[in-house]
Design a protein around this ligand. Sequence first.
Ligand SMILES: *[C@@H]1O[C@H](CO)[C@@H](O)[C@H](O)[C@H]1NC(C)=O
Ligand SMILES: *[C@@H]1O[C@H](CO)[C@@H](O)[C@H](O)[C@H]1NC(C)=O
Ligand SMILES: *[C@@H]1O[C@H](CO)[C@@H](O)[C@H](O)[C@H]1NC(C)=O
Length: 457
Amino acid sequence: MKSVISLSLLSMCIAFCNANYEPNWDSLDSRPLPTWYDEAKFGIFIHWGVFAVPSYGQGAASEWFWWNWQGVSSPAEVYFMQQNYPPDFTYGDFAKQFTAEFYDADKWAEIFQASGAKYIVLTSKHHEGYTNWPSATSWNWNSMDIGPKRDIVGELANAIRNKTSIHFGLYHSLFEWFNPSYLQDKESGFKTDKFVKEKTMPELYDIVNRYKPDVIWSDGQWEANSSYWSSPDFLAWLYNESPVKNTVVTNDRWGSDTLCKHGGYLTCSDRYNPGTLQTRKWENAMTIDKGSWGYRRNIQFDQYMTIEELLQELVTTISCNGNILVNVGPTKEGTITPVFEERLRQMGEWLGVNGEGVYSSKPWTHQNDTMTKGVWYTKNEDKIYAFSFSWPDSGVLILGAANPKPGATIDLLGGDSALKWEPLQPRGVGILLPVVNPATIKAKWVYVFRLTGFESA
Ligand SMILES: *[C@@H]1O[C@H](CO)[C@@H](O)[C@H](O)[C@H]1NC(C)=O
Ligand SMILES: *[C@@H]1O[C@H](CO)[C@@H](O)[C@H](O)[C@H]1NC(C)=O
Ligand SMILES: *[C@@H]1O[C@H](CO)[C@@H](O)[C@H](O)[C@H]1NC(C)=O
């Protein structure tokens, strides 16, 4: 046992101690992901900024409000402003109303812990450019100068570290829609890089040194390539020298040439969920409000994902080697509204019963069943976990992908005793479902069967 531990420390050390990654993608891509990330499986994404003030999106995401209104003059947003604000009202005027008077980072930390999430990712700055921390390069457009008059990022970082075992991560947008310095660089065909030198890079280094995030979730990369953004230089520093060099993970949004290709884990597209096993670690970043990342006051009830939908998304994701990053959008007052909170607590309730098939699990030989639709698999050590999205009317759950070996057993997680089952010919197993009391059964929403002593059919 002892030698196993020191061996794994040694291999960690080969990867991280005295790391010397070079600022090119071959070298940066060769860095192994710190193991905590794959084991975590489930994180929470938090989109918060000045966009939480209008908090409006009609068939559109609310965090894109400024762009929808003044970038592309989208009719819904233009009409919304005409109806509700004086003609000379600017987007900047919203910042004063970003009050955050009910923002209680300890309360958020408690909700996130209760959800069973192992990491969180907060927007430090979205495409609007407003920083949720007192950035020295975002004069009068940061949460200390205008709006909350507080260090939003710092308060959450402290609460998460003091109160939970959750990894703290930050989202950061490379570009800013309307920043004059960015627009000048763009005008030059990205031959000049004043914006990157004076804004993007100082801010990235600042958030890493100040808040020591274990995730940097980069975004806003698509208009220019990674040499313009100088992201390889930043990542080489992050991996070799930064205070989080041993623990930090990054995504793949570092330039128009990197998505789904380079960086840490792959995000490929928003709500990426390929449905088949991927060799490289990936993440499904998705939202409980199906239409928006930022909060929307005009959300319709049917836009909230149900707990069943959320868990199905989680299960299909982890079966195929992904992590899920579930987004909530807080209000301008700083509350996580009850529907979002309920979903998160339900996830925690389900993970409390079924977590052994989720945390630290690995994809199995089969990702989903070969005979029954809506059954997905993971494995954890010598156990196989079958996640069933329904409870068959017949009282028998047929699994075509798993064959019993001598002494095999099957349990329903959250049920009380081992289940009866029959081997099927030429392969598979029929599980006789127990009679359950719906008032007390802990197995719900997605039913998890633990197969011990089984092999791939
Ligand atoms: C939380 O941690 C920070 C530093 O990490 C510290 O300054 C602060 O006092 C702590 N707060 C509580 C309530 O423990
Ligand atoms: C990145 O874009 C710049 C400016 O358009 C160009 O000069 C450079 O060759 C590009 N680099 C790569 C690696 O594509
Ligand atoms: C298993 O998943 C794949 C990919 O999502 C799908 O094409 C296939 O139909 C699924 N199998 C069953 C039995 O549902």
